[in-house]
Design a binder for this molecule. Structure first.
Ligand SMILES: *[C@@H]1O[C@H](CO)[C@@H](O)[C@H](O)[C@H]1NC(C)=O
Ligand SMILES: *[C@@H]1O[C@H](CO)[C@@H](O)[C@H](O)[C@H]1NC(C)=O
Ligand SMILES: *[C@@H]1O[C@H](CO)[C@@H](O)[C@H](O)[C@H]1NC(C)=O
Ligand SMILES: *[C@@H]1O[C@H](CO)[C@@H](O)[C@H](O)[C@H]1NC(C)=O
Ligand SMILES: *[C@@H]1O[C@H](CO)[C@@H](O)[C@H](O)[C@H]1NC(C)=O
Length: 434
């Protein structure tokens, strides 16, 4: 098939001093016009892009959404606008909020200037070949220039027959994703269909399984800024969370790790990033693999979609009050609702003096765990104390427990048990929830 049609989306990232702007350069190399569409709308009221045109569009500073191309669009006799593929059901040229008619090749972006995340996704199929090519810039984790991603392979000739999308005249117009056609979890994981896509489009995402439905909502109710941190990293390029902000994250499908916050962070004159508590030693805002500097209040998660185990742990001390509150869902293996766990009391008033952590100026900034401060196997539950029977509460852990009954206060603390929840709409994680 000789349809080498291509919407070439050229993304130009200009960074000038403190102010940065991002422009999308849309180049239509298809042999037919396309009508651009964005969800949420970016106010492009004249989205028609003729053959061989270049169109420059300034994007918002903060925008998270999808872009796609509609094909064969026209008005009918009652001036109702519709398209053969990618139609957005608005009846006018500008798309509004509803999702597009499938299948469409999606260009997904998260813009939080100066950072732009981008992908070409076949999670909802394929209609038009596309490429995203950043002009300059570099990857956030320092691993080189920003790569091209695209899907320009000949999907039409490999589209498995159950996935073929046709127009009224029975002609091929696109290829559905297996997930959208079969609507079951296995069809949304890597499978023979997604592999067919992958062979032709190596740089595109070909199944939704990598993106889970596990939503974390972080709400910072502290009257100071915190910097969200996760180990292993979940690639949060902009972890700064000011007082009163709410951040919403989709977590990986499978993830076992810890979340904490850093406090009083800043860059020094050589642009090295560090924090008074919870520092992760990376020198940048995004934590990488090393563990945090203790003390930190840890929230530990084990995500195996759809189940999520969660605990608040003081095993490495305490820096900021936290709460984990599943929104809905029920405990795995029962019908009970998923309980809150937290540690919201003022630990500073009870922190035993050998455990007090101070900053350079000698002010209290957190409370170490007995294990981290005193390194005694009895507190760390190591060596002769490693068995659950030998690992017992101690005076220090009991002090924590009096204030924070729902947190784990020593290594084998299982009271309350580590809850395992399924079906929650989100996990609300609140800092300073007073
Ligand atoms: C135009 O399309 C709209 C939406 O499908 C439909 O309601 C309307 O009747 C159509 N008008 C004509 C003249 O075909
Ligand atoms: C934040 O709250 C604490 C305790 O409520 C208070 O002592 C402090 O002055 C507040 N700081 C600011 C910047 O409002
Ligand atoms: C910034 O911090 C880093 C890491 O501690 C240090 O190596 C560097 O010398 C500091 N730069 C300045 C200007 O203080
Ligand atoms: C979770 O957070 C959302 C958004 O802030 C809120 O609407 C919802 O009520 C919260 N749910 C619970 C159980 O706290
Ligand atoms: C562990 O316990 C054994 C037997 O009670 C004792 O001989 C040994 O010294 C202990 N080890 C440590 C490191 O305390």
């Amino acid at each position: 098939m000789a349809n080498r049609a291509l919407v070439n989306l050229l993304l130009l990232l200009l960074i000038k001093g403190a102010h940065s702007d991002v422009y999308f350069y849309y180049e239509n190399k298809c042999s037919y016009p396309v009508w651009l569409a964005a969800r949420p709308s970016v106010g492009d009221s004249d989205p028609e892009r003729g053959v061989e045109t270049l169109y420059i569009f300034p994007m918002p500073d903060q925008w998270s959404g999808s872009i796609w191309a509609r094909t064969k669009c026209s008005f009918n006799a009652s001036y109702y606008f519709s398209c053969e593929t990618g139609d957005c059901g608005s009846g006018i040229k500008e798309c509004q909020n509803p999702p597009p008619a499938l299948p469409v090749t999606l260009l997904n972006f998260v813009i939080k200037l100066p950072v732009v995340s981008y992908e070409v996704s076949l999670n909802h199929g394929f209609n038009v070949p596309v490429r995203i090519k950043p002009d300059g810039g570099s990857l956030i984790n320092g691993a080189g220039p920003c790569p091209v991603v695209d899907c320009i392979g000949d999907i039409a000739s490999v589209c498995p027959s159950p996935l073929v999308a046709k127009n009224r005249d029975g002609r091929y117009v696109g290829c559905y994703s297996a997930c959208d056609v079969f609507k079951n979890p296995r069809a949304c994981q890597p499978n023979a269909y997604s592999k067919t896509f992958k062979q032709v489009c190596k740089l595109a995402h070909t199944y939704p399984g990598g993106h889970s439905d596990i939503i974390f909502k972080y709400e910072n109710q502290c009257n100071y800024t915190v910097w969200l941190s996760a180990r292993p990293s979940v690639s949060d390029a902009d972890p700064e969370s000011g007082p009163g902000t709410l951040e919403i994250f989709t977590m990986p499908d499978q993830w076992t790790g810890s979340i904490w916050v850093r406090t009083k962070c800043s860059f020094n004159d050589s642009y090295y990033f560090s924090c008074e508590t919870g520092d992760c030693g990376s020198g940048t805002q995004d934590c990488q693999s090393p563990p945090p500097t203790y003390p930190v209040t840890l929230m530990n998660f084990d995500i195996k979609t759809p189940a999520v185990s969660y605990e608040v742990s003081l095993n490495h001390g305490h820096n900021v009050p936290v709460r984990i509150q599943p929104d809905g869902g029920s405990l795995v293996g029962g019908r009970a609702p998923c309980p809150v766990v937290d540690c919201v009391e003022d630990i500073s008033n009870v922190c035993p003096s050998p455990l007090v952590a101070t900053n350079k100026d000698g002010w209290y900034v957190g409370c170490y765990s007995a294990c981290d401060a005193l390194k005694d196997p009895k507190y760390c539950c190591t060596g002769n104390f490693s068995s659950p029977a030998a690992c017992q509460p101690n005076d220090y852990s009991k002090t924590f427990k009096q204030l924070c009954k729902l947190a784990h206060t020593y290594p084998h603390d299982n009271d309350p048990p580590t809850y395992k929840c399924s079906g929650a709409t989100s996990y609300n994680i609140t800092f300073c929830p007073f």
